[in-house]
Design a binder for this molecule. Structure first.
Ligand code: ARG
Length: 274
């Protein structure tokens, strides 16, 4: 088989939060089991490797101070959505994470010209993913349909609402990864039939992930257009990405998986400019 031409990377700017206070003390998704111990030192090591990898790939990584009592704050993707130099804060569905919204927004307010508090429940880039001109928006478990409308009005970008139907894939970024402006990878089984049809219409060439890729959080990936950082266990998906000219880079975030998150969850992209 002939391999596709290698693709071009664009340097990115990320915000991450060290897992200093990471723990699983409550269960708000199907992966979390407060009875299972978490090795925080290992979580920190795995998280540091991810940050170092981004730096090695030429990306910029800013850090936000982790707050005690917010064990899920390490999942920075949920903190906000930042596009076109505008930030829309998160408003969490679960009270356990509520205080993270203002913490991330405060950090962003000091740096972006336009940062707004959200009126509707949205969990940042957990459910809002930027693909070219569009904002792909998940709903069904966390972010609401009303939040999609609010985001469209705030950003002035067309929002494509997608219905998630499998509780294991409760955020859009657990079931779909944006690879380039016009290419995504996704697990069809996580979406309603109508949303699957929408994805087929918008992305006829999409890379399809199977159940094995999805259960190891393979779609919780970060692409710079060429390198796709994803859980190392997602070997099937990595192979398909390679065939399409991408360079998959596998990482082990097993401790962070205990909270129901992986690579993308730990990474908020800051799109300062247009
Ligand atoms: N424990 C967190 C929650 O359930 C995990 C968040 C994962 N983040 C993500 N972007 N999917 O809210």
């Amino acid at each position: 088989m002939t391999l596709a031409e290698p693709r071009h990377a664009r340097p990115r700017h990320f915000l991450m939060c060290p897992p200093t206070h990471f723990d699983v003390t409550y269960a708000i998704n199907a992966w979390m089991d407060p009875g299972k111990p978490v090795d925080r030192a290992l979580a920190l090591l795995q998280w540091e490797r991810l940050r170092d990898l981004y730096l090695d790939l030429g990306h910029r990584v800013d850090l936000i101070d982790p707050l005690p009592g917010l064990p899920d704050m390490v999942y920075a993707a949920n903190g906000a959505t930042v596009v076109d130099g505008k930030a829309l804060g998160a408003r969490f569905r679960n009270p356990e994470r509520a205080a993270e919204g203002p913490a991330y927004l405060e950090w962003l307010r000091e740096r972006v010209p336009q940062a707004a508090e959200a009126g509707e429940v949205n969990e940042g880039e957990g459910d809002f993913l930027v693909a070219g001109p569009w904002l792909l928006a998940g709903t069904g478990f966390r972010s609401s349909r009303a939040a999609h409308a609010e985001a469209q009005e705030f950003f002035g970008r067309p929002v494509i609402g997608l219905e998630l139907v499998d509780e294991r894939y409760y955020h859009l970024d657990t079931a779909l990864a944006v690879l380039t402006d016009d290419l995504v990878a996704y697990y069809p089984g996580a979406f309603s039939p109508g949303s699957r049809a929408v994805l087929e219409r918008l992305f006829p060439d999409a890379v399809l992930a199977d159940a094995a890729d999805a259960t190891v959080f393979g779609l919780n990936a970060v692409s710079d257009g060429r390198h796709v950082v994803l859980p190392a266990a997602a070997t099937g998906l990595a192979g398909r990405l390679r065939e399409r000219g991408f360079e998959p880079v596998g990482v082990d975030l097993s401790e962070l998986l205990k909270g129901g998150g992986s690579v993308k969850c730990c990474t908020l992209e800051l799109r300062w400019g247009r």
